[in-house]
Write a protein that binds this ligand. Structure first.
Ligand code: G4P
Ligand code: NA
Ligand code: NA
Length: 197
């Protein structure tokens, strides 16, 4: 999506160790018009899917998911919650997510009240790197007996393995921008072009 790529080129900051900061428009201050356009693009990309629920994970996925939901007939948004450790009471789907960026393991929970077998789910998140967060969300959808209609990502880091692995497993994954290379010295960012593998 050219609008997002241009914004990343303009306002994104390349940090060491493959981290892209997008605090100016996505992760801290939020550009609502950009998010709205991203939501419209997700709708175009998943137009044929019978999506009735959007699932994301706190915190940064929530805003993107909520704006996208406006383009999917106001489908309800459910966000998975992170907890350091919880006692399972049977009312929650739970999975564990290892965050490489933060070097922590989280319990991630979704109430059984809010996802079930009738749901056709679009999973949304801001970043796709190693795919740990996505895998956790996929486990929860599966445990709920719901259907994964697709995965929509704002920024995929194509030099990390999450995206390739999810596509190989057959998921309909659409990333609005795929960063194939970043140079922290020059700040140069290279995007994958449409049609490139
Ligand atoms: P993974 O889920 O794909 O395996 O990624 P990883 O564990 O490395 O990511 C941990 C967190 O860092 C995730 O957010 C993810 O969205 C975010 N992240 C990964 N790479 C980048 C990056 O290059 N730039 C930015 N800005 N974020 C990145 P989180 O901490 O779990 O959630 P949130 O509360 O920040 O949304
Ligand atoms: Na995130
Ligand atoms: Na994040």
């Amino acid at each position: 999506m050219k609008l997002l790529e241009d914004r990343i080129q303009r306002d994104g900051v390349v940090k060491a160790e493959g981290v892209l900061k997008v605090d100016g428009f996505l992760n801290h201050r939020i550009d609502i018009e950009l998010l709205d356009a991203m939501g419209a693009e997700f709708k175009r990309l998943f137009a044929d899917a019978p999506i009735n629920k959007i699932l994301t994970i706190e915190a940064s996925g929530i805003g993107i998911a909520c704006m996208a939901a406006r383009h999917f007939d106001n489908a309800p948004v459910v966000f998975a919650k992170k907890a350091q450790s919880i006692n399972l009471d049977g009312e929650m789907y739970r999975t564990r997510i290892q965050s490489f960026t933060h070097g922590k393991v989280f319990d991630v929970i979704v109430s059984k009240k809010f996802i079930g077998p009738d749901d056709h789910v679009l999973i949304i998140d801001d970043f796709l790197a190693n795919g740990c967060a996505l895998n956790g969300l996929l486990e929860i959808v599966e445990a709920a007996g719901a259907t994964v209609e697709g995965i929509g990502i704002a920024v995929e880091k194509g030099f990390q393995p999450g995206g390739a692995s999810l596509r190989e497993r057959g998921y309909h994954l659409e990333s609005l921008a795929i960063v194939d290379a970043m140079d922290p010295t020059t700040g140069q960012i290279t995007f994958r072009q449409a049609g490139e593998p």
